[in-house]
Write a protein that binds this ligand. Structure first.
Ligand code: NAD
Length: 368
C-alpha cells in the first residue's frame, strides 16, 4: 500500500469550494487503488494573512516541506479588498511567488484542451475548433520580471517612480527548454517558441539557448513566433499549436487567453514542477465575483489532481480516468454556469453537483 502526504492549500474566494470537490475525487482514488492519501490542510493566501499576519505562515511552509505534493487552490482578493493588505503581503507577492521560489518550481504546464464534441463551450466558431483544441503551454515560472528586483520610491525630481527588472541566465532558459522539448518529443513533435526578440534582449538570449537545445532534439520542428502574433493566432487558429514554450509573464497572459478560447478559465488546471517538489493549481484566480455561490467550475482543480496523480504518484491510468470522468459529465449534457449558454441545451449544475457526478462516473469505471 502506497502512502502519500498531500498539503492542501484551499486558498481564497472559490478556492475552498473547488478544493472540496477535488478532495472528494482523491477519496475515490483511495477506494479504487492500493494507495492512501494523508491530507494536510494549511492556511495560504489572504485568509492566512488575516488569521496570522502572514500570507505564507511558517506552519504552512513546514507542512509543504513535509508533503510529497501540494494541491493549491487559487488565492487573492478583489481589486478593492486587496488594499486591506500591505503590498508585500498581498497574496501573490506574499505567498505565491515565495512558494514557487521555495521549491524552484520552474516548469509550469498548462493544458488548453477542448474536444470537438465540446466545441459549443467555446466562443470560437466550430470550424475554427475543427477536430478540437489540444495544446500545452510550458511557462517558465521562477524567473523574469516577476522575480526580478523591484523598487518604488520618489526620484530626485520629486516624482514617484517604479523600477522592475527582467533577468534570466542561460541555465534557467536551458532547463525550461529541456522540459518543453521533452514534452514536444512525446506529442506531435512540434514546438512553438514564443518570444519578443524584436524588442527585448531577454528574448535574444532565450532564442539563442533554444537553438542550442534544439540540436539535441532533431525530430522536433520549431516554429518561432512573436508573443503578440501568438495572441492573435491563439484566437484565429488554435489548432496549429501543440506545445508552446515561453517566459514567465508571457505564459501568465497567454494561458489566460487559453482559458478564454475554451470558454472559461474554469477549464484550466496546471502543474508546477521543481527538481524535488511539485505543486498543482488551477491557472485562474480566486474569482471573488462568484465566491460562496456554489457555481464555480471545479474542473480546473480536479484536473490539477489528475496532473498530480500522473506526475507525482505515477498513476497515469487513474489520471486518465479522472479526465474521462469529467468529460463524461459534460458528454451527458451537464456543465457549470460558466459554460452554459441559454438555449444551448446544456443542464446547469452546481460546483458540488459537478463533483458528485465526477465521483459517480469514477466509481463506475473499471479499476486499473
Ligand atoms: P480570476 O481568474 O479569479 O477570474 C476571472 C474571471 O474568470 C471571473 O469572471 C471569474 O468568475 C471567472 N472564473 C475563474 N475561475 C473560474 C472557475 N473555476 N469557474 C467559473 N468561473 C471562473 O481573475 P481576477 O478576478 O482577475 O483575479 C481575482 C484574484 O485572483 C486576484 O486577487 C488575483 O490576484 C488572484 N489570482 C490568483 C492566482 C493564483 O492563485 N495562482 C492566479 C490569478 C489571479
Amino acid at each position: 500500500m502506497k502512502h502519500y502526504k498531500i498539503a492542501i492549500l484551499a486558498g481564497d474566494g472559490i478556492g475552498p469550494e473547488i478544493t472540496q470537490e477535488a478532495v472528494k475525487v482523491l477519496k475515490v482514488i483511495e477506494e479504487r487503488n492500493d494507495v492512501t492519501f494523508e491530507l494536510l490542510p494549511a492556511a495560504f493566501g489572504a485568509c492566512a494573512y488575516f488569521e496570522s499576519g502572514s500570507a505564507f505562515p511558517h506552519q504552512t511552509k513546514a507542512i509543504c516541506d513535509e508533503a510529497d505534493a501540494i494541491l493549491k487552490g487559487p488565492i487573492g482578493l478583489s481589486h478593492e479588498d486587496s488594499k486591506r493588505i500591505p503590498i508585500d503581503e498581498q497574496p501573490e507577492r506574499g505567498a505565491l511567488l515565495p512558494l514557487r521560489r521555495r521549491y524552484n518550481t520552474y516548469a509550469n504546464f498548462r493544458p488548453v484542451s477542448l474536444p470537438k464534441s465540446l466545441a459549443h463551450f467555446s466562443p470560437l466558431k466550430a470550424e475554427v475548433i475543427g477536430e478540437g483544441i489540444d495544446l500545452v503551454i510550458v511557462r517558465e515560472l521562477v524567473g523574469g520580471l516577476y522575480f526580478g528586483e523591484k523598487e518604488m520610491g520618489v526620484n530626485d525630481a520629486g516624482l514617484r517612480y517604479v523600477r522592475e527588472t527582467l533577468e534570466y541566465d542561460e541555465a534557467q532558459i536551458y532547463q525550461i527548454m529541456q522540459q518543453a522539448f521533452k514534452l514536444a518529443s512525446k506529442r506531435r513533435k512540434l514546438l512553438h517558441n514564443i518570444h519578443k526578440s524584436n524588442v527585448l534582449k531577454s528574448s535574444v538570449l532565450w532564442n539563442e539557448v533554444m537553438e542550442e537545445v534544439a540540436k539535441e532534439y532533431p525530430d522536433v520542428q520549431v516554429v518561432n513566433m512573436l508573443v503578440d502574433a501568438a495572441a492573435t493566432a491563439l484566437c484565429l487558429k488554435p489548432t496549429q499549436f501543440d506545445v508552446m514554450v515561453m517566459e514567465n509573464m508571457f505564459g501568465d497572459i497567454l494561458s489566460d487567453q487559453g482559458g478564454g478560447i475554451l470558454g472559461s478559465l474554469g477549464l484550466m488546471p496546471s502543474a508546477c514542477i521543481g527538481p524535488d517538489k511539485a505543486y498543482y493549481e488551477p491557472s485562474h484566480g480566486s474569482a471573488p465575483d462568484i465566491a460562496g455561490k456554489n457555481i464555480a467550475n471545479p474542473y480546473s482543480m480536479i484536473g490539477s489532481v489528475a496532473m498530480m496523480l500522473e506526475n507525482s504518484f505515477d498513476m497515469e491510468a487513474e489520471a486518465k480516468n479522472v479526465w474521462a470522468a469529467m468529460q463524461g459529465v459534460f458528454a451527458d449534457g451537464y456543465s457549470t454556469a460558466d459554460l452554459s449558454k441559454p438555449g444551448s441545451g446544456v443542464t446547469m449544475i452546481s460546483t458540488v453537483e459537478f463533483g458528485d457526478k465526477v465521483v459517480e462516473k469514477l466509481r463506475q469505471m473499471p479499476k486499473v
